[in-house]
Ligand binder design. Structure first.
Ligand SMILES: [Zn+2]
Length: 250
């Protein structure tokens, strides 16, 4: 009888313990539910934050098409003498504001190929005129049947008329391993062009963009546009003409 009583007490005690554990389980579960929801919400927020920052990387940089780095000079934008403040790097002049970045870019290019060197930088409109006229005279000398117009058309495949060359901005450099256009090793050009945006430069006249730039491929002509713009333009395969259109639409 006593044993039975003991057994009953033990069973009751076990029952109470089970009920107690079950109660705790329910209680914890109920408390955990909002925590789960909270986590879920936080995750969703994180995800949407991620989405926002991804959107921001595809969004245009916070620059103005009127910034000095983005000045557009081409045959459709003939520009008068600009007279920038100049700094010489290895006897090549550039706008003083980009001198440091130019030095860094040159050094980085030389780390890829030691023969990388500056060929041209700032050229005044007056000097471009001399250069252009001398090229036209050369074309005529080579082929006396050429008219002035035909000779100029020929020259414009490799040189710009006065007022139409980006070199007058002081923001453009020609840099290559050799002194002839499009004669550098394509692998070297690709490597240099890839690191250019880090220093604010873009390869200005890419192969497939004559429709936008009006100029045939040039493996040596780099243009300073600022780091933010250079990275964006390279990532989205935009020329300065195309990029400025987008900035103006904004
Ligand atoms: Zn050039």
């Amino acid at each position: 009888m006593r044993k039975r009583f003991n057994l009953l007490t033990v069973l009751l005690q076990i029952g109470v313990v089970i009920l107690f554990i079950f109660g705790i389980y329910l209680f914890l579960n109920r408390n955990q539910q909002p925590v789960h929801q909270g986590n879920g919400k936080a995750k969703t927020e994180k995800r949407s934050q991620k989405k926002t920052s991804a959107d921001q990387t595809t969004a245009l940089p916070d620059v103005s098409p009127d910034d000095w780095e983005l000045v557009l000079v081409n045959r459709d934008h003939i520009t008068a003498e600009m007279n920038p403040d100049l700094t010489d790097i290895n006897s090549i002049s550039v706008d003083s504001r980009i001198a440091e970045k130019t030095r860094e870019f040159l050094a980085a290019a030389q780390a890829i190929d030691a023969s990388e060197h500056l060929i041209s930088g700032y050229r005044s409109v007056a000097y471009q005129e001399e250069l252009y006229n001398s090229y036209v005279a050369q074309e005529k000398a080579n082929d006396s049947s050429l008219s002035q117009e035909e000779a100029e058309k020929q020259v414009q495949t490799y040189s710009q008329p006065p007022g139409a060359s980006e070199h007058q901005t002081g923001l453009a450099i020609d840099m290559s391993t050799v002194d002839s256009l499009n004669q550098s090793k394509p692998e070297t050009v690709a490597k240099v062009a890839e690191l250019a945006p880090k220093y604010g430069f873009v390869l200005r006249f890419p192969k497939d963009k004559k429709h936008a730039t009006g100029i045939d491929y040039e493996d040596w002509h780099y243009r300073y546009v600022g780091v933010k713009s250079a990275k964006y333009m390279t990532k989205h395969n935009l020329t300065l003409e195309e990029y400025l259109e987008k900035l103006k639409e904004k």
